[in-house]
Design a protein around this ligand. Structure first.
Ligand SMILES: NC(=O)c1ccc[n+]([C@@H]2O[C@H](COP(=O)([O-])OP(=O)(O)OC[C@H]3O[C@@H](n4cnc5c(N)ncnc54)[C@H](O)[C@@H]3O)[C@@H](O)[C@H]2O)c1
Length: 332
């Protein structure tokens, strides 16, 4: 199996590459990543030097120009994207190129190279707020922020390439992931680093927003299963159906770290904040997928990783302190 993985130096992509090398002896991976602020080659330290792994620094928008360097492959798995909702609110235009144009360039590349499969990694955020019940793969897309809208637009391009050019593609829509290697701007790693430094955990509104949390390894397994058993041209939701409020997350982290709950600092809510995401996962379950990690196990592994990478993560946050969003959110 020879894969072109894009955005493989980021959080989920790097975990997916490591997962593949642990599981398969005969896997071959080309990782194309532009290394924006959230992409780190260090995320793949243990794979570097493996003769079946090759890193190419480059932008998915330039994939046609990189054809020779990339070489041949059977499957494209596209993780590459600008991924932070808050950044999309302060700078929506930055999301258009990677998240929409980049995906279209990759689809064109996939068509030209006659790839066997194109996997587009999308998100449950494309459904927008799900106040009651669960969104299934046929539910209407109703994104509420520029990040989610850009991911929904990318999905439309994927679907158009499936219909128009018969590009064999599958879309996955997963819920919030957590685990090692996540850039510390997202709620779980950010709160861990803040708590380790006895600093405030800024919680939006009253902390009642609900997200569904999945340990990243379980998402990697689901993506692998979908590559091998998924039906071409289909879309699969991926989630653990483990709904928790942001307040519960903050309390759980503080309790596990032995820190006082008064570190929680309620700050003004984001006006665009969706109240709840929740997806029906019967379709991926029918393929035989079952998450292995419960929140307790997954969080313990995550906490251990951030404790042992604390100074590195702090350095990244300091570098980022010039970003307007950081002040906007009351961070640091
Ligand atoms: N993290 C989550 O909870 C979650 C949930 C659902 C879906 N997703 C989706 O999964 C994918 C990966 O998310 P993540 O959390 O790992 O994000 P991340 O921000 O950690 O990683 C994104 C990676 O893409 C790279 N990248 C960005 N623009 C690029 C470009 N133009 N060309 C090449 N590389 C580029 C970055 O350098 C980085 O390594 C994204 O498509 C995201 O929308 C994430």
């Amino acid at each position: 199996m020879k894969l072109l993985i894009t955005g493989g130096a980021g959080f989920i992509g790097s975990n997916f590459i490591k997962y593949l090398f642990k599981k398969y002896n005969d896997v071959n991976v080309i990782n194309l990543d532009v290394l924006n602020y959230s992409g780190r080659e260090e995320n793949l330290e243990e794979i570097n030097g493996n003769p079946n792994y090759r890193f190419v620094r480059g932008d998915i928008c330039d994939v046609d120009k990189l054809e020779e360097i990339i070489g041949n492959f059977d499957i494209i798995v596209n993780f590459a994207a600008e991924t932070h909702v808050d950044r999309s609110v302060t700078g929506p235009l930055k999301f258009i190129n990677p998240n929409i144009m980049g995906v279209t360039k990759l689809l064109e590349f996939s068509r030209k190279k006659k790839a066997n499969l194109f996997i587009q990694i999308s998100t449950d955020e494309v459904y927008g707020d799900i106040i009651n019940g669960f969104a299934n793969e046929k539910s209407i897309l109703s994104p509420n922020n520029p990040y989610a809208a850009s991911k929904a637009a990318a999905e439309m391009m994927v679907k158009s390439y499936i219909k128009t050019y018969k590009v064999p593609a599958i879309i996955t829509r997963s819920c919030n992931n957590y685990g090692p290697n996540q850039y510390p701007e997202k709620i779980i790693p950010f709160f861990i680093i803040q708590a380790l430094n006895n600093k405030n955990l800024p919680l939006h509104g009253d902390g009642s927003h609900i997200r569904d949390w999945l340990f990243v390894q379980d998402n990697c397994e689901a993506i692998d299963l979908i590559i091998n058993k998924g039906k071409i041209m289909e879309t699969y939701n991926i989630a653990r159906n483990d709904e928790r409020t942001n307040l519960e997350i903050a309390k759980c982290l503080l309790n596990k770290l032995g820190k006082p709950l008064d570190l929680i600092n309620l700050v003004e809510d984001r006006p665009w904040n969706d109240i709840r995401y929740a997806v029906d996962v019967s379709k991926v379950r029918e393929l035989g997928w079952k998450p292995k990690y419960d929140f307790n196990n997954g969080i313990d592994i995550t906490l251990d990783w951030y404790k042992s990478h604390k100074s590195e993560m702090e350095r990244l946050l300091k570098l980022d302190s010039r970003h307007p969003m950081i002040n906007y959110m009351g961070w640091l």
